[in-house]
Design a protein around this ligand. Sequence first.
Ligand SMILES: NC(=O)c1ccc[n+]([C@@H]2O[C@H](COP(=O)([O-])OP(=O)(O)OC[C@H]3O[C@@H](n4cnc5c(N)ncnc54)[C@H](OP(=O)(O)O)[C@@H]3O)[C@@H](O)[C@H]2O)c1
Length: 326
Amino acid sequence: MRLLVLGGTHFLGRHVVMAALERGHEVATFTRGLSGAPPEGARALHGDRDDPAALPEALDGWQPELVVDTSCKTRAAADNAAAALGGVAGYAFVSSLNAYRNWPPGPVGPEDAEPTWDTDEDGYGPNKAHAERVLAAAVGPAFLTARAGLIVGPHDPVYRLGWWLDRISRGGRVVVPAEGMDQPISLVDARDLATWLVEMAERGQGGAVNAKGPVGMTTYGGLLEVCRDVTGSDAEWVPVPEAELVAADVQEWVHLPLWLRQQEARTAWDVDTTRALELGLTTRPLETTVADTWAWMQAAERPPLPAHRPAPGLPAELERHLLEGR
Ligand SMILES: NC(=O)c1ccc[n+]([C@@H]2O[C@H](COP(=O)([O-])OP(=O)(O)OC[C@H]3O[C@@H](n4cnc5c(N)ncnc54)[C@H](OP(=O)(O)O)[C@@H]3O)[C@@H](O)[C@H]2O)c1
Protein backbone atom coordinates (compact mmCIF):
# COMPACT_ATOMS: atom_id res chain seq x y z
CA MET A 1 0.00 0.00 0.00
CA ARG A 2 1.06 3.63 -0.29
CA LEU A 3 2.43 4.49 3.14
CA LEU A 4 3.53 7.95 4.22
CA VAL A 5 5.91 8.37 7.14
CA LEU A 6 5.82 11.81 8.71
CA GLY A 7 9.46 11.86 9.81
CA GLY A 8 11.46 8.90 8.58
CA THR A 9 15.02 10.13 8.46
CA HIS A 10 16.15 9.44 11.97
CA PHE A 11 15.61 7.05 14.87
CA LEU A 12 12.02 5.80 15.21
CA GLY A 13 10.88 7.11 11.84
CA ARG A 14 13.86 5.50 10.14
CA HIS A 15 12.91 2.11 11.62
CA VAL A 16 9.30 2.65 10.52
CA VAL A 17 10.52 3.15 6.95
CA MET A 18 12.61 -0.04 7.13
CA ALA A 19 9.67 -2.04 8.52
CA ALA A 20 7.25 -0.68 5.93
CA LEU A 21 9.63 -1.43 3.05
CA GLU A 22 10.18 -4.97 4.38
CA ARG A 23 6.44 -5.45 4.43
CA GLY A 24 6.21 -4.48 0.76
CA HIS A 25 4.73 -0.99 1.01
CA GLU A 26 5.42 1.88 -1.34
CA VAL A 27 6.94 4.34 1.12
CA ALA A 28 7.37 8.11 1.07
CA THR A 29 8.75 10.25 3.88
CA PHE A 30 7.98 13.88 4.66
CA THR A 31 10.62 15.95 6.45
CA ARG A 32 12.27 19.36 6.13
CA GLY A 33 15.37 17.69 4.75
CA LEU A 34 17.54 18.89 7.64
CA SER A 35 18.31 15.57 9.28
CA GLY A 36 19.49 13.60 6.28
CA ALA A 37 17.91 11.17 3.86
CA PRO A 38 15.54 8.27 4.58
CA PRO A 39 16.71 4.67 4.09
CA GLU A 40 17.15 3.60 0.49
CA GLY A 41 13.91 2.55 -1.16
CA ALA A 42 11.76 5.36 0.27
CA ARG A 43 10.89 8.48 -1.67
CA ALA A 44 11.88 11.67 0.17
CA LEU A 45 9.31 14.48 0.13
CA HIS A 46 10.26 17.77 1.71
CA GLY A 47 8.51 20.58 3.53
CA ASP A 48 7.83 21.98 6.98
CA ARG A 49 4.75 20.43 8.52
CA ASP A 50 4.03 23.63 10.40
CA ASP A 51 3.28 25.23 7.01
CA PRO A 52 -0.30 24.42 5.90
CA ALA A 53 0.62 24.43 2.19
CA ALA A 54 3.74 22.26 2.44
CA LEU A 55 2.31 18.75 2.73
CA PRO A 56 -0.32 19.01 -0.05
CA GLU A 57 2.35 20.56 -2.31
CA ALA A 58 4.87 17.82 -1.57
CA LEU A 59 2.31 15.04 -2.06
CA ASP A 60 1.45 16.56 -5.44
CA GLY A 61 -1.51 14.24 -5.99
CA TRP A 62 0.10 11.11 -4.48
CA GLN A 63 -2.56 9.79 -2.09
CA PRO A 64 -1.23 7.80 0.84
CA GLU A 65 -3.47 5.00 2.10
CA LEU A 66 -1.61 4.60 5.39
CA VAL A 67 0.25 7.06 7.61
CA VAL A 68 2.71 6.57 10.44
CA ASP A 69 3.30 9.91 12.13
CA THR A 70 6.54 10.10 14.13
CA SER A 71 7.32 13.82 13.97
CA CYS A 72 4.39 15.75 15.44
CA LYS A 73 5.30 18.19 18.21
CA THR A 74 3.26 21.32 17.44
CA ARG A 75 -0.43 22.09 17.16
CA ALA A 76 0.03 23.45 13.63
CA ALA A 77 1.72 20.20 12.57
CA ALA A 78 -1.30 18.24 13.80
CA ASP A 79 -3.88 20.60 12.29
CA ASN A 80 -2.13 20.53 8.91
CA ALA A 81 -1.88 16.72 8.88
CA ALA A 82 -5.56 16.48 9.85
CA ALA A 83 -6.53 18.74 6.95
CA ALA A 84 -4.46 16.83 4.37
CA LEU A 85 -4.71 13.20 5.49
CA GLY A 86 -8.17 12.69 6.98
CA GLY A 87 -9.23 10.11 4.39
CA VAL A 88 -6.56 7.45 5.00
CA ALA A 89 -7.37 3.83 5.88
CA GLY A 90 -4.98 3.69 8.84
CA TYR A 91 -3.14 6.39 10.79
CA ALA A 92 -0.72 5.37 13.55
CA PHE A 93 0.35 8.42 15.54
CA VAL A 94 3.32 8.53 17.91
CA SER A 95 2.24 10.39 21.01
CA SER A 96 3.78 10.25 24.46
CA LEU A 97 2.85 9.36 28.02
CA ASN A 98 3.22 13.13 28.51
CA ALA A 99 -0.19 13.47 26.83
CA TYR A 100 -1.62 12.38 30.20
CA ARG A 101 -2.28 15.18 32.66
CA ASN A 102 -0.92 13.16 35.55
CA TRP A 103 2.26 11.76 33.95
CA PRO A 104 4.78 12.30 35.24
CA PRO A 105 4.57 11.25 38.03
CA GLY A 106 1.84 8.72 37.21
CA PRO A 107 0.93 5.97 37.77
CA VAL A 108 -1.04 5.44 34.54
CA GLY A 109 -3.91 2.97 34.48
CA PRO A 110 -5.82 1.70 31.44
CA GLU A 111 -5.85 4.28 28.63
CA ASP A 112 -9.55 5.18 28.67
CA ALA A 113 -9.58 5.85 32.40
CA GLU A 114 -6.83 8.48 32.32
CA PRO A 115 -7.45 12.15 31.41
CA THR A 116 -5.21 13.81 28.83
CA TRP A 117 -4.32 17.51 28.66
CA ASP A 118 -7.10 19.80 27.41
CA THR A 119 -5.45 23.20 27.90
CA ASP A 120 -4.22 25.69 25.27
CA GLU A 121 -0.71 25.69 26.69
CA ASP A 122 2.08 25.33 24.10
CA GLY A 123 3.96 22.43 25.69
CA TYR A 124 5.01 18.95 24.68
CA GLY A 125 2.25 17.01 26.49
CA PRO A 126 -0.63 19.43 25.79
CA ASN A 127 0.42 19.60 22.11
CA LYS A 128 0.45 15.81 21.82
CA ALA A 129 -3.02 15.65 23.41
CA HIS A 130 -4.28 18.32 21.00
CA ALA A 131 -2.85 16.37 18.07
CA GLU A 132 -4.60 13.20 19.25
CA ARG A 133 -7.94 15.01 19.34
CA VAL A 134 -7.77 16.74 15.95
CA LEU A 135 -6.36 13.73 14.15
CA ALA A 136 -8.88 11.34 15.71
CA ALA A 137 -11.67 13.69 14.60
CA ALA A 138 -10.30 13.84 11.05
CA VAL A 139 -9.39 10.16 10.58
CA GLY A 140 -12.12 8.47 12.63
CA PRO A 141 -11.96 4.88 13.91
CA ALA A 142 -8.75 4.05 12.01
CA PHE A 143 -6.74 6.50 14.14
CA LEU A 144 -4.41 4.94 16.68
CA THR A 145 -2.37 6.94 19.15
CA ALA A 146 0.65 5.20 20.65
CA ARG A 147 1.49 6.97 23.92
CA ALA A 148 5.12 6.04 23.96
CA GLY A 149 7.34 5.70 26.99
CA LEU A 150 11.11 5.41 26.77
CA ILE A 151 12.25 4.36 23.28
CA VAL A 152 15.81 3.08 22.77
CA GLY A 153 17.84 1.31 20.11
CA PRO A 154 20.18 1.90 17.18
CA HIS A 155 20.03 5.33 15.49
CA ASP A 156 19.01 7.05 18.75
CA PRO A 157 20.54 10.54 18.42
CA VAL A 158 19.74 11.49 22.01
CA TYR A 159 22.28 8.99 23.47
CA ARG A 160 20.73 8.44 26.90
CA LEU A 161 21.43 4.71 26.81
CA GLY A 162 24.33 5.62 24.51
CA TRP A 163 26.04 7.74 27.15
CA TRP A 164 25.91 4.86 29.62
CA LEU A 165 27.42 2.52 27.04
CA ASP A 166 30.24 4.95 26.31
CA ARG A 167 30.93 5.64 29.98
CA ILE A 168 30.78 2.03 31.12
CA SER A 169 32.95 0.89 28.21
CA ARG A 170 35.72 3.20 29.47
CA GLY A 171 35.71 1.19 32.71
CA GLY A 172 37.03 2.25 36.11
CA ARG A 173 34.95 3.69 38.92
CA VAL A 174 31.51 4.73 37.74
CA VAL A 175 29.07 6.87 39.76
CA VAL A 176 25.66 5.19 40.09
CA PRO A 177 22.63 6.31 42.13
CA ALA A 178 22.67 4.28 45.36
CA GLU A 179 18.91 4.06 45.87
CA GLY A 180 18.21 4.09 42.13
CA MET A 181 19.74 0.74 41.25
CA ASP A 182 16.61 -1.16 42.33
CA GLN A 183 14.12 1.17 40.68
CA PRO A 184 12.08 -0.40 37.91
CA ILE A 185 12.66 0.67 34.33
CA SER A 186 11.11 -0.46 31.07
CA LEU A 187 12.04 0.40 27.54
CA VAL A 188 10.73 -0.34 24.10
CA ASP A 189 13.11 -1.08 21.23
CA ALA A 190 12.46 1.40 18.40
CA ARG A 191 12.46 -1.49 15.92
CA ASP A 192 9.70 -3.38 17.79
CA LEU A 193 7.63 -0.22 18.09
CA ALA A 194 8.19 0.62 14.41
CA THR A 195 7.04 -2.75 13.08
CA TRP A 196 4.03 -2.71 15.37
CA LEU A 197 3.04 0.82 14.24
CA VAL A 198 3.08 -0.29 10.60
CA GLU A 199 0.97 -3.35 11.48
CA MET A 200 -1.53 -1.19 13.36
CA ALA A 201 -1.86 1.19 10.41
CA GLU A 202 -2.30 -1.76 8.01
CA ARG A 203 -5.14 -3.10 10.16
CA GLY A 204 -6.79 0.29 10.55
CA GLN A 205 -6.59 -0.34 14.29
CA GLY A 206 -7.89 2.58 16.35
CA GLY A 207 -7.74 3.82 19.92
CA ALA A 208 -5.15 4.81 22.48
CA VAL A 209 -2.35 2.50 23.55
CA ASN A 210 0.34 2.90 26.21
CA ALA A 211 3.31 1.90 24.07
CA LYS A 212 6.16 1.05 26.38
CA GLY A 213 8.08 -1.89 27.70
CA PRO A 214 6.18 -4.10 30.16
CA VAL A 215 6.10 -3.38 33.88
CA GLY A 216 8.73 -5.49 35.64
CA MET A 217 11.03 -5.62 32.59
CA THR A 218 14.20 -4.80 34.52
CA THR A 219 15.72 -2.40 37.02
CA TYR A 220 18.06 0.52 36.55
CA GLY A 221 20.90 -1.56 37.99
CA GLY A 222 19.89 -4.47 35.74
CA LEU A 223 20.17 -2.25 32.69
CA LEU A 224 23.62 -1.01 33.74
CA GLU A 225 24.73 -4.63 34.27
CA VAL A 226 23.68 -5.44 30.71
CA CYS A 227 25.69 -2.42 29.49
CA ARG A 228 28.71 -3.72 31.43
CA ASP A 229 28.34 -7.22 29.92
CA VAL A 230 27.80 -5.96 26.39
CA THR A 231 30.83 -3.65 26.45
CA GLY A 232 33.02 -6.24 28.22
CA SER A 233 33.93 -3.60 30.74
CA ASP A 234 35.61 -3.83 34.16
CA ALA A 235 33.58 -0.87 35.44
CA GLU A 236 33.11 -0.77 39.19
CA TRP A 237 29.90 0.79 40.51
CA VAL A 238 30.37 3.55 43.06
CA PRO A 239 26.93 4.11 44.63
CA VAL A 240 26.27 7.71 45.68
CA PRO A 241 23.24 8.42 47.90
CA GLU A 242 20.44 10.44 46.35
CA ALA A 243 20.79 13.23 48.91
CA GLU A 244 24.40 13.78 47.82
CA LEU A 245 23.52 13.66 44.14
CA VAL A 246 20.82 16.27 44.65
CA ALA A 247 23.13 18.45 46.79
CA ALA A 248 25.72 18.36 44.00
CA ASP A 249 23.08 19.46 41.44
CA VAL A 250 23.10 16.18 39.57
CA GLN A 251 20.07 16.43 37.28
CA GLU A 252 17.88 13.37 37.12
CA TRP A 253 17.37 11.89 33.62
CA VAL A 254 20.09 14.16 32.13
CA HIS A 255 23.32 13.85 34.16
CA LEU A 256 22.64 10.24 35.10
CA PRO A 257 20.59 9.36 32.04
CA LEU A 258 17.32 7.50 32.70
CA TRP A 259 17.65 7.90 36.49
CA LEU A 260 14.67 9.36 38.38
CA ARG A 261 14.65 10.37 42.01
CA GLN A 262 12.87 7.91 44.31
CA GLN A 263 9.80 10.07 44.77
CA GLU A 264 9.08 10.08 41.03
CA ALA A 265 10.41 6.64 40.15
CA ARG A 266 7.92 5.03 42.54
CA THR A 267 5.06 5.70 40.10
CA ALA A 268 6.54 6.93 36.81
CA TRP A 269 7.32 3.43 35.53
CA ASP A 270 3.97 2.07 36.66
CA VAL A 271 2.04 2.28 33.39
CA ASP A 272 -0.62 -0.21 32.36
CA THR A 273 0.48 -1.99 29.16
CA THR A 274 -2.31 -4.57 28.96
CA ARG A 275 -3.70 -3.13 25.74
CA ALA A 276 -0.28 -2.96 24.04
CA LEU A 277 0.28 -6.63 24.84
CA GLU A 278 -3.19 -7.57 23.59
CA LEU A 279 -2.44 -5.74 20.34
CA GLY A 280 0.86 -7.59 19.92
CA LEU A 281 3.51 -5.00 20.83
CA THR A 282 6.46 -7.26 21.55
CA THR A 283 9.70 -6.43 23.34
CA ARG A 284 12.87 -8.17 22.24
CA PRO A 285 15.36 -9.21 24.96
CA LEU A 286 17.04 -6.22 26.56
CA GLU A 287 20.47 -7.78 25.87
CA THR A 288 19.75 -7.67 22.14
CA THR A 289 18.64 -4.04 22.21
CA VAL A 290 21.70 -2.96 24.18
CA ALA A 291 24.14 -5.03 22.10
CA ASP A 292 22.70 -3.74 18.80
CA THR A 293 22.79 -0.14 20.05
CA TRP A 294 26.45 -0.56 21.05
CA ALA A 295 27.31 -2.17 17.71
CA TRP A 296 25.65 0.73 15.87
CA MET A 297 27.49 3.31 17.98
CA GLN A 298 30.83 1.77 17.13
CA ALA A 299 30.21 1.14 13.45
CA ALA A 300 28.42 4.26 12.30
CA GLU A 301 29.22 7.91 12.13
CA ARG A 302 27.15 9.15 15.03
CA PRO A 303 24.43 11.67 14.20
CA PRO A 304 24.60 14.95 16.13
CA LEU A 305 22.37 15.60 19.11
CA PRO A 306 19.11 17.28 17.97
CA ALA A 307 18.94 21.05 18.56
CA HIS A 308 17.81 22.20 22.02
CA ARG A 309 18.59 18.84 23.63
CA PRO A 310 20.87 18.89 26.66
CA ALA A 311 23.91 16.66 26.23
CA PRO A 312 23.32 13.56 28.36
CA GLY A 313 25.82 12.41 30.94
CA LEU A 314 27.73 13.36 34.04
CA PRO A 315 30.15 16.22 33.35
CA ALA A 316 33.73 15.04 34.07
CA GLU A 317 34.25 17.58 36.84
CA LEU A 318 31.06 16.56 38.61
CA GLU A 319 32.06 12.92 38.33
CA ARG A 320 35.48 13.68 39.87
CA HIS A 321 33.82 15.62 42.69
CA LEU A 322 31.40 12.77 43.48
CA LEU A 323 34.17 10.14 43.42
CA GLU A 324 36.48 12.13 45.69
CA GLY A 325 36.95 10.44 49.04
CA ARG A 326 35.07 7.29 48.07
N1 LIG B 1 12.67 8.98 22.28
C1 LIG B 1 11.81 8.67 23.22
O1 LIG B 1 12.15 8.06 24.24
C2 LIG B 1 10.34 9.09 23.05
C3 LIG B 1 9.47 8.88 24.11
C4 LIG B 1 8.12 9.18 23.93
C5 LIG B 1 7.68 9.68 22.71
N2 LIG B 1 8.56 9.90 21.71
C6 LIG B 1 8.04 10.38 20.41
O2 LIG B 1 8.56 9.53 19.41
C7 LIG B 1 8.53 10.21 18.16
C8 LIG B 1 9.75 9.87 17.37
O3 LIG B 1 10.88 10.42 17.97
P1 LIG B 1 12.21 10.57 17.12
O4 LIG B 1 13.25 11.01 18.09
O5 LIG B 1 12.40 9.37 16.32
O6 LIG B 1 11.85 11.71 16.07
P2 LIG B 1 11.63 13.29 16.21
O7 LIG B 1 12.85 13.96 16.72
O8 LIG B 1 10.38 13.59 16.91
O9 LIG B 1 11.35 13.66 14.69
C9 LIG B 1 12.40 13.77 13.83
C10 LIG B 1 11.93 13.59 12.40
O10 LIG B 1 10.89 14.51 12.07
C11 LIG B 1 11.31 15.39 11.04
N3 LIG B 1 10.79 16.72 11.37
C12 LIG B 1 11.03 17.42 12.51
N4 LIG B 1 10.38 18.59 12.47
C13 LIG B 1 9.71 18.64 11.30
C14 LIG B 1 8.86 19.62 10.68
N5 LIG B 1 8.56 20.77 11.25
N6 LIG B 1 8.34 19.31 9.46
C15 LIG B 1 8.64 18.13 8.84
N7 LIG B 1 9.42 17.19 9.38
C16 LIG B 1 9.96 17.43 10.60
C17 LIG B 1 12.85 15.28 11.07
O11 LIG B 1 13.43 15.53 9.82
P3 LIG B 1 14.00 17.02 9.47
O12 LIG B 1 14.82 17.45 10.65
O13 LIG B 1 14.82 16.79 8.24
O14 LIG B 1 12.81 17.85 9.25
C18 LIG B 1 13.05 13.81 11.44
O15 LIG B 1 12.87 12.96 10.34
C19 LIG B 1 8.34 11.68 18.49
O16 LIG B 1 7.03 12.05 18.11
C20 LIG B 1 8.49 11.77 20.00
O17 LIG B 1 7.65 12.77 20.54
C21 LIG B 1 9.88 9.62 21.85
